[in-house]
Ligand binder design. Structure first.
Ligand code: FMN
Length: 158
């Protein structure tokens, strides 16, 4: 089993797409596209995402203690690509991006299907990634829009 075959097999699982955001120690705004989001527990309300150890924001997520999950709609493919650093735009990551902040300062992106503001509950080693578990303190759910879907390395709409 080589890496590429494994990756392709995992890509058979269709997911939504999120942008995970946080604020660094000097107030810098951070966003990372992630499709590894999952709900975990209803009581207490827990969610998770997996973060690659090679992400430039890795050390910030380890130490900062909070993050937000922003679930993208089918209209937000550009945000997905932007926060995956795919393409040419090398400017400030949040230039031209609409967001608000709630209690933790993590950017809460506008026009998402749902947003969750979380306190980091635990971090688990998992190979070349870590599993970040967050306790949801506040959320917004729009529920009307349709999701951006990621499947076999491509984007789809429902
Ligand atoms: C659809 C999609 C899903 C992704 N999912 C994840 C993920 O779950 N975890 C992760 O660490 N990176 C994921 N990535 C890659 C990161 O978004 C990308 O490496 C990003 O640049 C990391 O941020 P940083 O290195 O600038 O901190 C995904 C990329 C795409 C396009």
């Amino acid at each position: 089993m080589d890496k590429l075959s494994f990756r392709n097999a995992c890509g058979q699982f269709a997911t939504g797409v999120t942008v995970i955001t946080t604020t660094g120690p000097d107030g810098e705004l951070i966003g990372v596209t992630a499709n590894s989001f999952s709900s975990v527990s209803l009581d207490p309300p827990l969610v998770l995402f997996c973060l690659g150890r090679d992400a430039t924001s890795f050390s910030v997520f380890q130490t900062v203690g909070s993050f937000a999950v922003n679930i993208l709609s089918e209209d937000q493919k550009a945000a997905c690509m932007h926060f995956a650093r795919i393409g040419d735009d090398q400017g400030e990551p949040f230039d031209g991006v609409d967001f608000e902040t709630w209690d933790s300062g993590s950017p809460i992106l506008s026009d998402c299907l749902a947003n969750f503001e979380c306190t980091t509950e635990s971090i688990h080693d998992a190979g070349d990634h870590v599993i970040m578990v967050g306790r949801v303190n506040r959320m917004r759910c729009e529920g009307e829009r349709k999701p951006l879907v990621f499947y076999t390395g491509k984007f789809f709409q429902i």
